[in-house]
Design a protein around this ligand. Structure first.
Ligand code: GLU
Length: 440
């Protein structure tokens, strides 16, 4: 990544202290351990049957694949990929595929478990899964990316399918990658199977509105959260960490709806202007230069500094473990809406709660994406497609309903919004498991 911009990459600026195992503090936090802690908390509060608790701690199926890809220079490289299915008590498993140099089996396990709760919280008939390939997407040519995607899909084709496990985009993947996955799977079946993945281009059975769904959902959830404080989107300042398919879209919709977006950041760095940023211009910079940091309309900041700004709403929409026990005490935002999966560690959760910060957790806040994935799957199975307005309004209705259920639970049980969401999600999955019983 180039550094010839008006800011220096975050990692270099921070010069993080290395721990004895050679990892930074953030890298040494295991997301799967965090996911287990969150489940334990809910299980305790629900007085969950120990047998069911034990089932939910484990993943039903974990596939690791090592597969070769012909590179452009004629060499052969072997990549490692995963597809992990956490739980299918409520239906086929659902969840994205992440392409990242830092992914590993524990990250994929955490993300798969979070998908189980997310689908249950918004009450769609899916279990949870996730996939990942260890690779640096930016270093791959388009041809290499296509060959990697096709070979990964073929390697995991024994566990995916329109009624078993349905992948979707996540960090490092997009609609084009989903089209290649759908085509590869279809070739092995000898027929076109659009419903095997969601988040596809509209031309090959994708849904209108899917691309913006996660970001749009975040804005709906923020609007609902603000109502509790007697505020509207037009009254508040917002900082968004991450400017990709989640953060970038959310920032644009916040801007369109009249919120003042004062800070945004991408993997290179961030920008801050207390008077408000010109988000369409920042999108232009990202399209032209590959980063928003070439924009001159504000003060350069790091994406870590962004988290500590004095704003009304903070949206961490980049990656896991951004708000930890190291920085939680310095967070000044009144409301946190988790766009990314797992941006806050359990110990940071406790600090934020003590500070009285109102947090809407990932499993609710970013569920707009999987909701529209569900609609895409339904449309594909019926070969009958809806207009964008219908997609957006159905998503809004289900997401707002889920928000209200979680809020009511939080009030009734006097717990924070994450635990309240888990009480609903874990209970629904536990009920399904209990009713189905244990085979044989
Ligand atoms: N990767 C997204 C998520 O974390 C979407 C998953 C899906 O649509 O299946 O929610």
């Amino acid at each position: 990544m180039t550094t010839s911009t008006n800011t220096i990459p975050n990692r270099q600026l921070q010069s993080p202290k290395l721990l004895r195992n050679g990892k930074t503090h953030i890298e040494s936090i295991n997301p799967y351990q965090n996911a287990l802690q969150q489940l334990d908390l809910a299980a305790k509060h629900l007085e969950l049957d120990p047998g069911i608790h034990e089932i939910l701690k484990h993943h039903e199926r974990e596939l690791t694949v090592h597969f070769p890809v012909k590179m452009d220079d004629g060499s052969t490289k072997v990549f490692t990929g995963y597809r992990v299915q956490h739980n299918v008590a409520r239906g086929p498993s659902k969840g994205g595929v992440r392409y990242s140099a830092n992914t590993d089996i524990d990250e994929v396990r955490a993300l798969a478990m979070w998908m189980t709760w997310k689908c249950a919280i918004v009450n769609i008939p899916f279990g949870g899964a996730k996939g990942g390939v260890v690779c640096d997407v930016k270093s791959l040519s388009k041809g290499e990316l296509e060959r990697l995607t096709r070979r990964y899909t073929s390697s995991i084709s024994i566990v995916i399918g329109p009624d078993t496990d349905i992948p979707a985009p996540d960090m490092g993947t997009n609609a084009q990658v989903m089209a290649w996955m759908m085509d590869t799977y279809s070739m092995t079946q000898g027929r076109t199977v659009p419903a095997v993945v969601t988040g596809k281009p509209v031309a090959v059975g994708g849904s209108e509105g899917r691309n913006d769904a996660t970001g749009r959902g975040i804005v709906f959830v923020t609007r609902e959260a603000l109502k509790e404080f007697g505020k509207r989107l037009t009254d508040v300042t917002v900082a968004v960490q991450g400017f990709g398919n989640v953060g970038g879209v959310a920032a644009s919709i916040f801007h369109e709806m009249g919120a003042k977006v004062v800070a945004v950041s991408d993997a290179v760095g961030g920008i801050y202007n207390p008077e408000g940023l010109d988000i369409p211009k920042l999108q232009e910079c990202t399209n032209n230069d590959g980063t928003l940091t070439t924009h001159k309309g504000g003060k350069p900041i790091t994406s870590r500094e962004l988290l500590e700004l004095d704003v009304d709403v903070l949206v961490p929409a980049a990656t896991e473990n951004q708000i930890t026990d190291e920085n939680a005490d310095r967070i000044k935002a009144g409301i946190i809406i988790e766009g990314a999966n797992g941006p806050t560690t359990p110990s940071a959760d406790r600090i934020l709660q003590e500070k009285g910060i109102f947090l809407v957790p990932d499993v609710l806040a970013n569920a707009g994406g999987v909701l529209v994935s569900y609609f895409e799957w339904v449309q594909d199975l019926q070969f009958f497609f809806w207009q964008e307005e219908e997609v957006n309004s159905k998503m809004e209705a289900l997401l707002v309903h889920a928000y209200r259920e979680v809020r009511q639970m939080a009030k009734r049980e006097e717990v924070d919004m994450r635990l309240a969401a888990y009480l609903i999600g874990v209970k629904r999955v536990a009920e399904a498991s209990l009713m189905r019983g244990i085979y044989p």
